[in-house]
Design a protein around this ligand. Structure first.
Ligand SMILES: [Zn+2]
Length: 238
């Protein structure tokens, strides 16, 4: 009799729990089927505001980075990615971190904080290179030393960029604040050398920037397939 009583109580407790779990499972499956895949990419156009980055004559790195940021955003949005930009105009990001350290440091922290908030599937930081030897040229992709996924992403993007540029470059491991402090696979793309006349011309050419943006997008998709975050069939963006 006592054991029967316990059985009844257990049933009384268990049945609602089982029902609840079943409902949650079904609801989860429905949601998974109905909601679009969450594919957020953060684009981080380097520098901005009083921080012009590197320069050559009147051409400032911050302006090239921002222009490319907008072009890359269009390219990615056309493929159904959700894009968040660390800046969309000529301002820096230091206002995200009102207190402490220098403006430069707060700017970098602000970028990292934003990435932490939106939890993207990857971060693409955009910069422009400079070297005292003006013959050096070509886009180079950097990744945080020791980060396997970021290395994979960098290799995939570099390969696509090499396919469109006359000089083939290798990816480079580096130690950058924004890359180091980001959880998502993250790369920093140096679009070219502002100190090289031909690169300098190309980085002001919207058609070439669009080709580079398509290369970045193609590399990103190769990477996402490699890590199993994207189905094999390419999306046609319609
Ligand atoms: Zn830079």
């Amino acid at each position: 009799m006592i054991s029967l009583y316990i059985l009844v109580i257990r049933r009384r407790v268990l049945v609602p729990i089982v029902l609840c779990l079943t409902w949650l499972a079904v609801f989860g499956l429905v949601l998974a089927g109905l909601l679009p895949e969450r594919r957020v990419i953060v684009i981080d156009p380097g520098h901005g505001g009083i921080d012009g980055g590197t320069s050559s004559g009147d051409l400032l790195e911050k302006d090239v980075n921002l222009r490319m940021g907008h072009i890359l955003r269009e390219v990615l949005e056309a493929r159904q990615y959700q894009v968040v930009m660390t800046r969309t105009d000529d301002s820096d990001v230091s206002h995200f971190v009102p207190n402490g350290a220098s403006r430069y440091r707060r700017d970098l922290k602000g970028r990292v904080r934003l990435v932490g908030r939106v939890r993207p599937i990857s971060l693409i930081s955009i910069h422009v290179n400079w070297h005292k030897d003006s013959w050096r040229r070509g886009a180079i992709v950097y990744y945080q030393n020791g980060e396997t996924d970021s290395h994979l992403l960098a290799e995939a993007i570099q390969e696509e960029l090499n396919a469109i540029q006359p000089v083939k470059r290798q990816v480079r491991a580096a130690d950058f604040y924004v890359l180091r402090n980001t959880n998502a696979p993250a790369v920093l793309v140096e679009l070219g050398f502002i100190s090289n006349p031909e690169d300098r011309r190309l980085m002001q050419d919207a058609a070439y920037l669009t080709k580079q943006a398509e290369a970045v997008r193609a590399g990103l998709e190769v990477f996402l397939r490699q890590i199993g975050l994207q189905d094999q069939s390419p999306r046609d963006g319609t």
